[in-house]
Design a binder for this molecule. Structure first.
Ligand SMILES: [Zn+2]
Length: 114
């Protein structure tokens, strides 16, 4: 090993040493919170992946039409067409009623067959 080669090796080692010291100082500064992020690089606060899609609640199961039949006779409602009452003489709109004679059960006023 000649003196010139030894000098080059020495210079390289010195620069490596300075580089290590500089890196150690940067790590220490980072641990003290003095680290300034490099522009363009993601910071630790940013998630590495896009946020997860929102979780949607599953749709409720379709409920059977609880007003589809007369609760007393389990028969589907019969559409009574609009007319004029024989007892009062007043006109009435069409409505749904139980087909069983004498039953006064009715679906809700806004109920319609599904
Ligand atoms: Zn009925």
């Amino acid at each position: 090993m000649n003196d010139e080669y030894a000098s080059v090796v020495y210079q390289v080692l010195v620069r490596l040493g300075y580089g290590l010291i500089k890196a150690a100082e940067e790590v220490q500064a980072e641990s003290r919170g003095e680290h300034t992020p490099i522009a363009g690089l993601p910071t630790a606060e940013e998630p590495p992946f896009p946020p997860a899609p929102p979780q949607y609640a599953p749709l409720p199961a379709p409920v059977p039409d609880q007003f589809a039949t007369c609760p007393a006779h389990r028969q589907p409602w019969r559409l009574v067409p609009a007319g004029i009452s024989k007892t009062t003489g007043r006109s009435y709109d069409a409505f749904y009623a139980c087909p069983t004679r004498g039953c006064d059960q009715r679906p809700p006023r806004d109920w319609r067959p599904q």
